[in-house]
Design a protein around this ligand. Structure first.
Ligand code: HEC
Ligand code: HEC
Length: 351
């Protein structure tokens, strides 16, 4: 929490400084400020604990697109995280196996591995835990247990050599842990750098003038106090609805209590992970429940609920020009679906 306060006050102080600089120095001042608040995207999100190998990433890519590990053979990660929709499904709330309704909006998988936790309520530590638990989630894959989930994969002969290549030296490599490690490895390569990264690298002309103005407004308004780092978000939890209850502005029909849903701790009421804003112009609808259809409205709601401010339409337009510069290139190995090993889906008896 201390960290949040420090960052927020830093952003406000920097925002105030920005107001004082002359137009000539403005571009360099703005760049220097932005370089303190944000970072270019890395080439991938490997860590010493999560090293990537070509075999793990290749297997993970297959598993990401693989529907036959789900209860009824219909759900894959790619079903809800579609490359053609920048890693989302485009609808307010997703539907899992047997059309079961999920109470939240599908966040993008692009750059997701760079966040401090996963899911709106932060109840998954990393992409590996997220992938492992998706197998048993009654609303997503719907498997009764890991053995059933893995039996689906073992029924497809082509997977044994792929798992053996990715996890050499183990007798039975087709395990839920290895599934999660491989999918996580693939997700750690789903990075979408773009104009903003070139800008942070020192090329001020990479952002058109309106986007630079919008960046200044984004910082001066206080947005960067919460939305910062390489993903322009994904570094902390914050209450959604600091100055006004969020649902009075989003008109959400069901009220989601955020992190409280998992922790049952009153201090976590309406706490949500600060959403990353990379590719945000490409991933409507907005917020954890997809309650807001357009980005201008989402920006208006944020200024109102988080900062108690009523933004002018011109400021919103500038901020959106900046947000558009956060759109990046979709990696080819996500854009293109892999060909999967052949094998008919086998419905397995539920134990
Ligand atoms: C039925 C649709 C559906 C399927 C299938 C699905 N997801 Fe998701 N995914 C969602 C929804 C909805 C959320 C938001 C859940 C939340 O935050 O509570 C989400 C969230 C995530 C997140 C967290 C993103 C963030 O910003 O916090 C990751 C990572 C992710 N999914 C990866 C996967 C992977 C990997 C698979 C396959 C193993 C998968 N998903 C399968 C719908 C789906
Ligand atoms: C006090 C922290 C805080 C501040 C300040 C803040 N935000 Fe947010 N923002 C959040 C949180 C938390 C969420 C996630 C809410 C949710 O999904 O329900 C979010 C979500 C968003 C979203 C939706 C993301 C998505 O994927 O659906 C946008 C767009 C956004 N913020 C833009 C802004 C802008 C622009 C500003 C400045 C006017 C701003 N935010 C200020 C905390 C903040």
């Amino acid at each position: 929490m201390l960290r949040n306060v420090t960052l927020a006050s830093m952003a406000l102080a920097l925002g105030a400084m920005l107001g004082q600089v002359s137009a000539d120095d403005g571009d360099q001042e703005l760049l220097a400020t932005a370089q303190q608040l944000f970072k270019p995207l890395p080439a991938d999100f490997a860590t010493p604990q999560r090293m990537l190998t070509a075999e793990k990433v290749a297997l993970g890519r297959q598993l990401f697109f693989e529907p036959r590990a789900s209860l009824d053979g219909t759900m894959s990660c790619a079903a809800c995280h579609q490359a053609s929709l920048y890693g989302t499904d485009g609808i307010p709330k997703s539907f899992g196996v047997q059309n079961r309704a999920i109470p939240r909006n599908a966040a993008t998988v692009l750059n997701t591995a760079g966040q401090f936790v996963q899911h709106f309520g932060g109840n998954r530590q990393d992409v590996e835990e997220q992938a492992m638990r998706a197998l048993l989630s009654p609303l997503a894959y719907g498997n009764p247990d890991y053995a059933t989930a893995m039996a689906h994969l073992k029924a497809i002969p082509g997977y044994a050599p792929l798992f053996a290549a990715a996890f050499p030296g183990t007798a039975d490599p087709i395990t839920a842990e290895n599934w999660a490690t491989a999918i996580g490895a693939y997700e750690r390569t789903l990075v979408s750098a773009g104009a903003f990264d070139r800008y942070l690298g020192g090329d001020t002309a990479a952002l058109p003038p309106q986007a630079r103005r919008g960046l200044g407004t984004f910082i001066a308004t206080g947005c960067a106090g919460c939305h910062n780092g390489a993903l322009v978000g994904g570094t902390m939890f914050q209450r959604f609805g600091i100055t006004t209850d969020y649902w009075t502005e989003t008109h959400s029909t069901a009220i989601d209590k955020g992190r409280f849903v998992d922790t049952k701790n009153d201090a976590d009421l309406y706490l949500f992970k600060v959403a990353p804003l990379r590719n945000i112009t490409r991933t409507p609808p907005y917020f954890h429940d997809g309650s807001v259809a357009t980005l201008p409205e989402a920006v208006r709601v944020m200024a109102k609920t988080q900062l108690g401010k009523d933004l002018e339409a011109a400021d919103i337009a500038d901020i959106i020009a900046f947000l558009d510069s956060l759109t990046g290139e979709i990696p080819q190995h996500f854009r293109e679906a892999p060909i999967l090993p052949p094998g008919s889906f086998v419905a397995l008896p539920v134990k």
